[in-house]
Design a protein around this ligand. Structure first.
Ligand SMILES: Cc1ncc(COP(=O)(O)O)c(C=O)c1O
Length: 386
């Protein structure tokens, strides 16, 4: 038996091709959630299939006892993309967040009179492990697990007064998603992020940007913080699309933050193996070429979705807040051959593959337009934004 932590619809996925998935009955679905932001290059991408096949026949896993051909090049590539200097590889977003939290605590404890306080945002999501849950601003996810990490302060997103009140010399790190994903697709404002940078510097705290969902091209930029010139976090967390569906997480550090985790202070058996790192290098090549396409198609997606209501997000990341629960709409969309999901109860979320075209957007819109009468029947307006 499976642990019943998920609710799943009654279909079984059999295979995928490009932006489509097919179930065991051969039914086709337009995948506009892409494995929650993971399958950025769609399914069965020929370049990825070739790389996996070729590398699997050479060597899949080495552990971190030895160097291999791909880990250091991937670290260099991510450093060039992010403007940071060091990388540590793990296997998921939550693990990459754990790595960042450990670095922040070690940095605060060793270099700054034992401070461990973390400032995080309400409504945030950073993963399901105990450390990541400690900074996840959704009490309903934390409650069942008793005392987690101490000294975490949650403040509302984009509230500069609350930020100023929360950050002090006792702050070890400020941790946030530049665009909140699970929390309902909320974009952090430039002036808020600039104040985070300023206050982190003043308090000698680290700024950690969790770009697990919004990073690696999803907004049409390498990382979402780069939409605003001259802003660089001290630590960046990335994961989901990095290895096209193979499990990987990466925590990127600047020179100062990197000193927090010296030899022997962190590790992973699986993290950064040759198969995932080789595939990640191929993914980065592809994403690099796709950035202008993501910006253009993302803008089109937002324009079209705006016909239904107010849209939040950027690029290939979009959310529409309804006045009613979104799950029935998600279920109806699936019946009509469109995969999307609902987050924060009432927000329809769209995370299409980066390779999606205007034609795919139009196809998704046809389904959504057909569903509008369903919303109207329920006596609720779909046009409202929370
Ligand atoms: C911003 C953010 N951080 C961390 C995570 C956790 O990633 P994972 O599920 O790979 O552990 C997620 C997952 O949705 C996320 O959106």
């Amino acid at each position: 038996m499976l642990l019943p932590v998920y609710t799943r619809p009654a279909l079984t996925i059999h295979r995928g091709e490009g932006c489509y998935l097919f179930d065991t009955n051969g039914r086709r679905y337009l995948d506009f959630i892409s494995g929650v932001g993971v399958n950025a290059l769609g399914h069965a991408h020929p370049r990825i299939v070739r790389a996996i096949t070729n590398q699997a026949a050479r060597v899949i896993h080495t552990s971190n006892l030895y160097h291999h051909d791909y880990q250091a090049p991937l670290a260099r590539r991510l450093a060039a993309w992010s403007g940071l200097s060091h990388a540590f590889f793990s296997n998921s977003g939550a693990e990459a967040v754990e790595t960042a939290i450990k670095a922040a605590r070690a940095h605060g404890l060793r270099q700054h009179h034992g401070k461990v306080q973390l400032v995080a945002l309400e409504n945030s999501f950073h993963g399901r492990t105990c450390g990541a849950l400690s900074v996840t601003g959704r009490p309903e996810y934390r409650r069942a697990f008793g005392p987690l990490l101490p000294e975490v302060r949650f403040i509302p997103a984009n509230d500069i007064a609350a930020l100023r009140a929360a950050v002090s010399e006792e702050t070890a790190a400020i941790l946030l998603e530049p665009i909140q994903g699970e929390g309902g697709v909320h974009v952090l404002e430039e002036r808020f992020l600039r104040e985070v940078r300023r206050l982190a510097d003043a308090a000698r705290a680290l700024w950690i940007a969790d770009e697990t969902q919004c990073g690696l091209g999803r907004t049409g930029h390498y990382f979402a913080y780069q939409r605003f010139g001259g802003l660089i976090p001290d630590i960046v967390v990335t994961a989901k699309p990095l290895a096209a569906g193979l499990p990987i997480g990466a925590t990127l550090f600047n020179e100062t933050a990197a000193t927090a985790l010296p030899r022997g202070q962190h590790g992973s058996t699986f993290g950064g193996g040759p198969l995932v790192c080789r595939v990640a290098l191929e993914v980065l090549d592809e994403v690099e070429q796709l950035l202008p396409h993501i910006r253009q198609t993302g803008a089109y997606l937002h324009r079209r979705l705006a016909e239904l209501g107010t849209v939040r997000g950027e690029g290939m990341m979009a959310g529409i807040a309804l006045e009613q629960p979104g799950e029935p709409i998600v279920a109806r969309a699936l019946e009509e051959g469109l995969m999307i999901n609902c987050t924060h109860q009432t927000v329809l979320r769209f995370l299409p593959p980066y390779i999606a075209t205007r034609a795919h957007v139009d196809e998704a819109m046809e389904v959504l337009e057909r569903l509008l009468p369903v919303l109207a029947e329920n006596g609720k307006s779909p046009y409202a934004i929370a």
